[in-house]
Design a protein around this ligand. Structure first.
Ligand code: WQD
Length: 339
């Protein structure tokens, strides 16, 4: 079964390409390289033993995507990661985000319209905002978006639901990720933030390796066990495996239409928990200080993953220590072997 993986050279995309091959699928990678490095293709090849087909193209260009559908007609499924995803940048440049994230999705859906296709969409727990009840289930209301980035995820889910309701050929599963962290056990692929990392774990590993002087904990006056924010951190390899599980569910004759699943561990960790887990697991002391809250941060969110366990037949297997250890091995690898 041939699976188109858009954004397949990115952090989650590259790990999903590896798990697709492990599950016997043939991935076809599409990436515009706007937020990924072409050398990741060689790194993937070192893990799976061959270099997958790769098309460099901008999915927001309608002509390019129509050409792709002509060159790659025998696709059985699509996993759609390709999107701009920096929350802060989306507030500064909303049109860039709406153009790219919506044009890409619609071009893809229109170009492959007609034959039956299983479509897995990369969504985000950001659609929940600050949930009223925790852990948050898929039935929780989608809150007004905190950023244009979050809005593109919410509206993309609506576009997919409307398309399925109109009687399309697609079977669609949206996966609402919590916080993906960590790296592959080979340390050959991992998170490659461009410039100063916005996210917690790459900032931790870059501080530990000496690229950053210290890490600031954005607030410790929240209503949480130690005052710092709570998130549901999930190992990127567990997250990648959830995409394979989603494809297998969509392939079943019994699956019809559209469904959505939380992809997390079901457990919350505070920022300080993560810092302490990193220190405990790696033996590396972190230079951190408490600073002011970051605008837009949700106080606490973690997922109820009952539906994913029961209906998707998937459950996270790796804990916070494995996430920290793998992130650290990757940071050390990339410091020794710049791509
Ligand atoms: C986690 C916690 C920060 C950096 C975002 C997007 C989400 C998804 C993942 C794309 C927060 C704290 C962070 C630092 C800190 N992105 N922090 N010091 O904001 O939960 O989620 O990234 O899909 O959609 O919203 O992740 O890693 O930025 O922050 O204290 O230097 O770590 O305040 O509480 P976030 P994050």
């Amino acid at each position: 079964m041939k699976i188109l993986v858009t954004g397949g050279l990115g952090f989650i995309g590259s790990h999903t390409v590896v798990e697709l091959v492990n599950a016997g699928y043939e991935p076809v990678i599409v990436d515009d390289l706007s937020n990924s490095d072409p050398k990741i293709l060689d790194q993937i090849a070192r893990i799976i033993g061959y270099k997958p087909v790769f098309h460099k193209l901008d999915l927001s260009n309608e002509h390019s995507v129509k050409e792709l559908a002509v060159n790659e007609p025998d696709i059985d499924g699509i996993i759609h990661f390709a999107a701009f995803k920096a929350v802060g940048e989306s507030v500064q440049k909303p049109l860039k985000y709406y153009r790219n994230n919506f044009y890409s999705l619609i071009n893809l859906l229109e170009s492959y319209y007609g034959k039956p296709l299983n479509f897995v969409f990369s969504s985000s727990c950001t659609v929940y905002g600050q949930p009223e009840h925790l852990p948050v289930t898929e039935a929780a209301p989608v809150q007004p978006a905190q950023s244009p980035y979050g809005n593109t995820k919410q509206i993309a889910e609506e576009i997919l639901q409307d398309m399925v309701a109109s009687g399309s050929n697609y079977k669609v599963i949206s996966l609402r990720y919590f916080n993906p962290v960590g790296a592959h056990e080979t340390a050959l692929i991992g998170e490659l933030p461009i410039g100063v990392p916005q996210n917690l774990v790459p900032f931790i590993t870059q501080t530990a390796i000496g690229k950053r002087q210290k890490i600031t904990v954005f607030g410790n006056d929240y209503n949480t066990p130690d005052g710092s924010c709570v998130r549901d951190y999930i190992h990127v390899v567990d997250l990648a495996k959830a995409h394979v599980a989603a494809l297998k569910l969509a392939e079943k004759d019994s699956f019809k239409g559209y469904d959505v699943f939380n992809i997390g561990t079901g457990k919350g960790n505070t920022v300080l928990d993560v810092i302490h887990a990193f220190e405990r697991t790696t033996g590396v002391k972190l230079n951190y200080e408490i600073g002011p809250r970051r605008a837009g941060d949700v106080e606490k969110v973690w997922g109820d993953v009952t539906k994913s366990t029961n209906k998707l037949g998937w459950k996270a297997e790796l804990g916070i220590d494995a996430m920290m250890a793998s992130a650290w091995e990757w940071e050390k690898y990339i410091a020794q072997n710049p791509l």
